[in-house]
Write a protein that binds this ligand. Sequence first.
Ligand code: ATP
Ligand code: MG
Length: 417
Amino acid sequence: MSDSIQAIRGMNDMLPDESPVWERFEAIVQDWLRRYGYRQIRMPILERTELFVRSIGEVTDIVEKEMYTFTDRLNGDSLTLRPEGTASCVRAALQHNLLYNGPQRLWYAGPMFRHERPQKGRYRQFHQVGVEALGLGGADADAELIVMGARLWRDLGLDRISLEINTLGSSEARLRYRARLVQYLERHIDALDEDARRRMHTNPLRVLDSKNPQMQALIGAAPRLLDDLDEESLQHFENVQRLVRLSGVNFTINPRLVRGLDYYNRTVFEWVTDALGAQGTVCAGGRYDGLIEQIGGKPAPAAGFAMGVERLIALMAGGAMPQPWLDVYVVWSGSQAEAHAWRVAERLRDGGLNVSMHHGGGSFKSQMKRADGSGARFAVIVGDDEAQAEEATLKPLREQREQARVRVTDLMALIKG
Ligand code: ATP
Ligand code: MG
């Protein structure tokens, strides 16, 4: 086994035992998105590197050190495995002129790639569900995105998820703030870590996003963006809060919340849990009014968010009961029994049941062992006798009920009853 090939570090297989909770998550999410009028879009996993550099920003964790970037051998293009979905979604909407028909409410789901240090809740291939409201500029759009989140946690049966919001204001307000922040950081340069010293002049707001515990006190005492806010952004923020409050959703204002990507302005928010240790942010987003123009479109406002599927699945799996997924395991033996067993299995599938057919023959006893191990609710047993009589034997595997030999036409009713 020593030379067997393993998956790439930080990239996980989803195994069959885990699939029920993933499938339940996906079904609930799709239903929830439809209820808010969102439609699905799927983009390629590979994009031109330029797309992410231009949108996410040069001086961000993602672009500086987390992207899987390589050169296309054939034409020398620089390509990148998508680290997030917003940039691709906006690119696709512009390329296909979707905004021509008015605002677009779009969602996507799939794997994202970031070269981070793998740990619980942080992987190199992970999954996001992203929700983007393109062409909508009002506080009502922001508030709806936030209220949607609260409903999803309810639908998934998750509590212990709380909401933090902040506003980044206009780009002018951020410039004023930036100057004040740099002054503050310069005064405390001895307490800054290496990352912060480098960013102090390239992208000082990002210093507030530092995960370094030693920096937290300094960050806590930094000047607040809230004090530099422009009147319009302040009004916008007030309106978001009013609408969120009237929907009965609680939140706290976190003035240090700046988000790790460059394209945000005005409203930003994160949904966080205390149940997952250090990787507690399960969903994050905000308004990004400048992005569409930055990617080459006609200026248009937009807002959205993305959730980390692995983190939400971890929360769901904590309280999950394994559900029996297989209804029937078909066991057969005898020269005429095979054809009969196949017909019975197909008939049960016609009726909507999940049926696994025993393959490979063997004694009834060994087949029954397999039936038990399959987790099915029933074994359907077919021998030559049953085949001749158009019958089958139904044996309950999970409940104390007698087995019964019945006509094939009555089998379905007996199973469902
Ligand atoms: P963090 O601060 O934890 O690095 P981020 O700001 O980089 O997060 P976003 O780009 O906003 O994260 O992504 C949205 C969500 O996707 C996060 O809140 C998180 O739930 C999830 N996520 C991000 N990176 C990873 C990862 N490497 N592994 C698993 N989930 C992730
Ligand atoms: Mg990150």
